[in-house]
Design a protein around this ligand. Structure first.
Ligand SMILES: Cc1ncc(COP(=O)(O)O)c(C=O)c1O
Length: 409
């Protein structure tokens, strides 16, 4: 007789995503989460996993973070989704809070539901503000699967949906000369992830983003930084771009902003450009964008994530993980491990795709959930929960060591 778990898997395959179920069954990595708390999720069959991907940052503060839950629960006595036509206290308060943490002028906040929606708006704004059409993004980068966001991405994601919007061009990340050639007075904006995740957690060279900013200024083009994954403390700074001496014209926020509890995203742009939406206030609308409950969750996220003690903890975990992972890499040289990243946004690059895929399966069997980088599968995205204890981090490292041993042996 089918267990409850089998029934869920079958119903999911019948009505939601048959292809995903087939994929997970093929590699024997089926996970049906039930209980979740802090840095752990448990399958309905009782097997527990450390979540070391965190859905790209959604669970930065762990699963079912108690402070977020109590803020949201309290808020539900007064608030609901809100009405996007009307003026809203939670929306106003959150915008003020976000603006206070960003460089001067970056204080205009438009809310969305998802990262892709916020990226779409950033591109709409760039075109509307500059009255130019061309958008430049990075090959292998990823900004979402909605309209304009999809157009910034790689061919494999968009060719089945042709015709995609025109005016999009991709360049290689970290090549100053290449972007210099590509950006011209016709360019409305350059959009980059501060640390491209799907590309394989590729950190920008020291002066790259600053150089891109200058190239944008010379051409009166806007620089949009996608902080959907790098935001909210992931890199050890509240905003990832603070590591790179760069001031964007717009930033896009998502994932971790939700506190893992209520979806919300934002496009934040410089007040220099506020006339465009001021003159056209109904040109962009999102019914659920910046729902009031989501704003309450995000305010709690902001409160927690900007504390020095919290960010110091992220940096100390970074050091702890990096040192131990590098030692493990040296102890198992046949895996060809290279560790990179900033803060707890880490890429574990292995010698080839087979090695990383096998390891994902072994780690899964041993109780760690991770995924590979969609555009570079030899890199495992290692994004553990930011507020875990050293004991938990140590436990994760022991599981990784056991898994390396199995893989090597
Ligand atoms: C860097 C980045 N930008 C944008 C998005 C799109 O966000 P969403 O899936 O919420 O639309 C993602 C999603 O993975 C992302 O990783």
């Amino acid at each position: 007789m089918d267990s409850d778990r089998d029934k869920i898997i079958k119903t999911y395959a019948d009505h939601v995503y048959p292809g995903k179920v087939e994929f997970y069954q093929k590699y024997d990595i089926v996970l049906v989460p039930e209980k979740r708390e802090g840095c752990k999720i448990s399958d309905i069959n009782g097997k527990t996993f450390y979540n070391c991907h965190c859905n790209g940052g959604v669970f930065n503060l762990g699963h079912r973070n108690k402070e977020i839950i109590s803020a949201v629960t309290r808020a539900m006595e007064t608030y609901d989704i809100g009405n996007h036509h009307l003026i809203s206290k939670p929306k106003a308060d959150l915008a003020k809070m976000i603006a206070a943490t960003l460089p001067e002028g970056l204080n205009q906040v438009v809310y969305g539901v998802s990262g892709g929606e916020a990226i779409d708006l950033a591109i709409k704004l760039a075109r509307g503000i500059t009255r130019k059409k061309n958008i430049i993004s990075a090959k292998g980068g990823y900004h979402g699967h909605t309209g304009f966001a999809l157009a910034t991405g790689d061919k494999k994601f968009k060719e089945k949906f042709k015709p995609v919007p025109k005016g999009f061009k991709q360049i290689r990340f970290n090549r100053v000369e290449e972007i210099k050639k590509a950006v011209c007075p016709d360019t409305a904006a350059v959009i980059l992830e501060t640390i491209p995740a799907t590309m394989g957690i590729v950190t920008p060279d020291k002066h790259y983003l600053k150089a891109v900013q200058e190239i944008c200024r010379e051409n009166k083009s806007l620089l949009i930084l996608d902080e959907v994954q790098t935001g909210f403390g992931r890199t050890g700074k509240l905003w990832g771009f603070e590591n790179y001496d760069v001031t964007p014209d717009m930033v896009v926020l998502g994932k971790g902003m939700s506190g893992g509890i209520y979806p919300v995203s934002a496009t934040v742009y410089n007040e220099k450009y506020k006339n465009f939406l001021k003159e056209n206030p109904f040109l962009h609308i999102s019914t659920y964008g910046g729902s009031e409950i989501g704003c309450i969750a995000a305010m709690k996220v902001m409160e927690i994530s900007q504390k020095k003690q919290f960010l110091d903890h992220v940096l100390s975990l970074e050091k702890f993980f990096k040192q131990r992972l590098e030692l493990l890499g040296a102890a198992y040289p046949d895996l060809g491990l290279k560790v990179r990243g900033k803060g707890l946004m880490m890429g574990l690059e292995f010698k080839d795709e087979m090695t990383s895929l096998f390891l994902i399966k072994i780690l899964f069997d041993n109780g760690i959930y991770v995924v590979y980088s969609g555009n570079d599968p030899k890199v495992i995205q290692f994004l553990p929960v930011l507020n875990m204890s050293k004991i938990e981090a140590n436990d994760i490292l022991s599981i990784i060591e056991t898994s390396f041993k199995t893989m090597s042996g």
